[in-house]
Design a protein around this ligand. Structure first.
Ligand code: SF4
Length: 210
């Protein structure tokens, strides 16, 4: 079943900053909260991306509001639907998965979550099993090749234990989601990119430089 096209809602409710287009993807922005303060974060450089003038939310939308915003788009017109936006989607993991379940029921378009891989530390438990059958693809930002460098670049709330937690999360999520990728930003040193590529290879996941 497809998500029906209807006119954009521009009647003073929440605007196009909940669901927006970027490249060939349809993106969902559910939170501006994050555990990290990455030095390269795009949020520090621009307010908006793609079809959204601003991705800063006045407040976090309810699940029903996210679904309502999705109805303004034909999911089948997009290569993927991606939970991303100006914040870490895992900060609202239960709500993200509720929206993802709605998508699973209404479209065959693949659903991806872009994450910093710190959900297990956020919730104090293994979270990868929660993604099974709901999320098709996971892209995890690794961004550095060791714990020290990651801490210095991304300034995670959880400190240096974050890096090992990300590696554990990658190994874990592979058991529940078929398509797993690790990504790095292109601004890190070349040798760090290469070392991250080797880590991805050893973990048997895809590798992307973004
Ligand atoms: S994890 Fe993502 S949203 Fe959070 S600070 Fe880093 S780049 Fe920005």
């Amino acid at each position: 079943m497809e998500i029906l096209l209807k006119e954009r809602q521009e009647n003073g409710k929440m605007g196009n900053n909940i669901v927006y287009t970027y490249g060939g993807g349809l993106y969902i922005n559910m939170t501006n909260r994050c555990t990290n303060k990455c030095e390269f974060c795009v949020r520090q450089m621009t307010d908006g991306l793609g079809g959204a003038d601003s991705l800063w939310l006045d407040r976090e939308p309810e699940v029903s509001e996210v679904i309502e915003a999705l109805k303004a788009f034909r999911a089948e017109d997009y290569e993927e639907i991606i939970f991303c936006g100006y914040g870490e989607p895992a900060m609202r993991l239960d709500d993200v998965l509720e929206v993802a379940r709605y998508l699973k029921e209404h479209t065959d378009t693949k659903v991806r979550i872009n994450t910093n891989g710190l959900a297990d530390l956020i919730y104090g438990k293994r979270t990868a099993p929660m993604l099974e059958g709901v999320i098709d693809r996971v892209s995890i930002s690794l961004n550095e090749a060791d714990a020290e460098a990651y801490d210095a670049l991304c300034h995670p709330t959880f400190g240096k234990e974050s890096y090992d937690a990300i590696l554990t999360y990658i190994r874990d999520v592979k058991q529940y989601v078929e398509d797993v990728a690790v990504s790095v930003v292109s601004c890190i040193p070349k040798d760090a990119v290469e070392r991250c590529g080797k880590i991805a290879e050893d973990l048997d996941v895809k590798f992307k430089v973004r």
